[in-house]
Ligand binder design. Structure first.
Ligand SMILES: O=C(O)CCC(=O)C(=O)O
Ligand SMILES: [Fe+2]
Length: 496
């Protein structure tokens, strides 16, 4: 992959709007509020213009172009009186009215809102998310620009400026091949007629390419030469020049994106037919005798199952309703994750219900660690491949955990997604669809509590939808009598 992910220094306290749908809703609200004030401001300006216009209309009279006509007009006392009075009384008022600012209240509100607008880091994080979607699923810039995301056609087209921002982002991250494709998409989406902002955007891109050309060839960049090139910016020789440079640099810098994670996300893991079954589980806890759970085996070794329809929309809504206001802000973890996370630390009826359900699914005791982790993903939100058992990374997040290693993990899918966001196990080539209401459970360690590297997992970048999850790590110590450690040597093979 390219170096897009690592170019910025990591700031753990930085909040991003784009790393969760919850954050994006805030920006949506911000724009709506901005537009409301903008409209009221424009209305106030309009009203002022209308008032000025009607004053002018009231003054309408013949033009009196000759000296004689004017003499006749002012020799009439009513006209003369009216003229003097207007200029003495109305004009100063008119001056004041013209000087008076209107809609200041709305203007100030708009200024205040600007302080909350997404900054450059937000834009960069969003561009990274867009890049992740594009490269993971190997989408073509031309299709994206035309609103085609995988097989779904949206009624949306990117403007040339938007294409150029993407082209520049690829350029800056060294992905010259995709930069060229975005540049071509920008040419295809050029507005009819002259658009100054668009021309500036083209000029910036051309300048960037020309500058690299010159700096690579150790030539000093003569202002005249640059200007000459810029002058022919939309002509074929210029386009050819840009294309040939980007193509040349791409060869020097060729990258491949065929990792197991990407292959899995593209739906290209081999189909498995190994005697796995779906059945009702009515034995893990006594409660299941009354209400068995629909269980689908995904893998026997390592053990991994999917429970279907274990949580209702109502329960999901209750849980979200409880935490939404307090949910922390989105963050971009240096190691793997881009999302917004919240721990439900308060005891509540719905949390208890869900914990009971988790015990029904796993047989494990969760009373010592009743917190639930909620996550909401944003633009291209994902997890890099990682292990949930104690690694340096996890010990950094959870130092001195008295509960022991995370022997199992359970995810409840609680959001509506139409594309992307599968949970992947690259080592055993399993891809799990994040269907709302379902729950995925797997073991991270062998029976003797050694880490099982086959539990490596990742999350594919979300393409379309709001991915919500409830995550529960099942720690070793509380299960010590429920799932005692069986010392047993296992032979495993990895599909590396
Ligand atoms: O959301 C998922 O599907 C997996 C999340 C995960 O791997 C984790 O929270 O450690
Ligand atoms: Fe994980």
């Amino acid at each position: 992959d390219t170096n897009v992910e690592n170019e910025e220094p990591f700031d753990p306290n930085k909040e991003y709007y784009s790393t969760s749908v919850l954050g994006l809703i805030k920006v949506f609200e911000l724009e709506r509020e901005f537009m409301e004030n903008f409209t009221l401001y424009a209305d106030a300006l309009q009203e002022k213009a209308n008032n000025l216009k009607s004053y002018l209309d009231a003054l309408k009279r013949p033009r009196y172009t000759t000296h004689e006509e004017r003499e006749t007009f002012v020799s009439q006392p009513l006209n003369a009186f009216s003229l003097i009075r207007r200029l003495n009384q109305d004009w100063p008022k008119l001056q004041n009215y013209i000087k008076k600012s209107v809609g200041l209240k709305h203007l100030n509100a708009m200024k205040e809102m600007l302080t909350k607008a997404p900054d450059d880091h937000d834009l960069n994080e969003t561009l990274k998310g867009m890049h992740r979607i594009e490269t993971t699923y190997d989408l073509q810039p031309r299709d994206i620009a035309n609103g085609l995301l995988q097989s779904q056609q949206f009624n949306y087209k990117l403007t040339a400026r938007e294409c150029l921002v993407l082209a520049l982002h690829k350029f800056e991250s060294g992905d010259y091949q995709r930069s060229l494709k975005w540049f071509k998409a920008a040419l295809e989406h050029k507005a009819v007629g002259n658009d100054e902002n668009e021309e500036n955007a083209f000029e910036t891109f051309v300048r960037t390419v020309v500058q690299r050309t010159f700096s690579l060839s150790n030539q000093s960049l003569e202002n005249e030469t640059l200007q000459q090139l810029l002058n022919q910016k939309f002509q074929t020789p210029m386009e050819e020049f840009i294309s040939s440079q980007l193509r040349k640099w791409d060869m020097e810098n060729s990258t491949t994106t065929n990792t197991a994670h990407n292959i899995g996300c593209r739906g290209l893991f081999p189909k498995r037919s190994n005697g796995l079954v779906c059945r009702y589980n009515s034995t893990t806890t006594p409660f299941l005798k009354l209400a068995p759970l629909k269980m689908e085996e995904l893998s026997l070794d390592p053990y991994m199952v999917m429970y279907h329809d274990v949580i209702s929309n109502k329960e999901i809504a209750d849980l979200k309703g409880e935490i939404k206001e307090e949910m922390g802000n989105g963050w971009a973890d240096r190691y793997e994750v881009v999302d917004r996370v919240y721990w439900t630390r308060e005891e509540s009826a719905i949390r208890k219900r869900i914990n009971n359900r988790i015990t029904d699914m796993t047989g494990f005791d969760v009373r010592e660690f009743p917190a639930l982790q909620l996550a909401n993903f944003g633009v291209g939100g994902y997890f890099k491949p990682h292990h949930d058992y104690f690694t340096e990374r996890i010990l950094e997040i959870e130092p001195n955990n008295p509960l022991g290693d995370r022997i199992g993990s359970l995810i409840i899918y609680a959001g509506d997604l139409s594309q992307g966001g599968q949970t992947l196990f690259p080592e055993i080539e399993v891809a799990v669809e994040p269907k709302k209401g379902n729950s995925l459970f797997w073991f991270n360690t062998f029976d003797d509590a050694r880490p099982d590297p086959r539990s490596l997992h990742s999350v594919c970048p979300v393409i379309v939808g709001s991915r919500w999850t409830v995550t529960k790590w099942l720690h070793y110590i509380p299960q010590i009598f429920i799932k005692p450690c069986h010392p047993k040597v296992q032979n495993i093979t990895l599909n590396a």
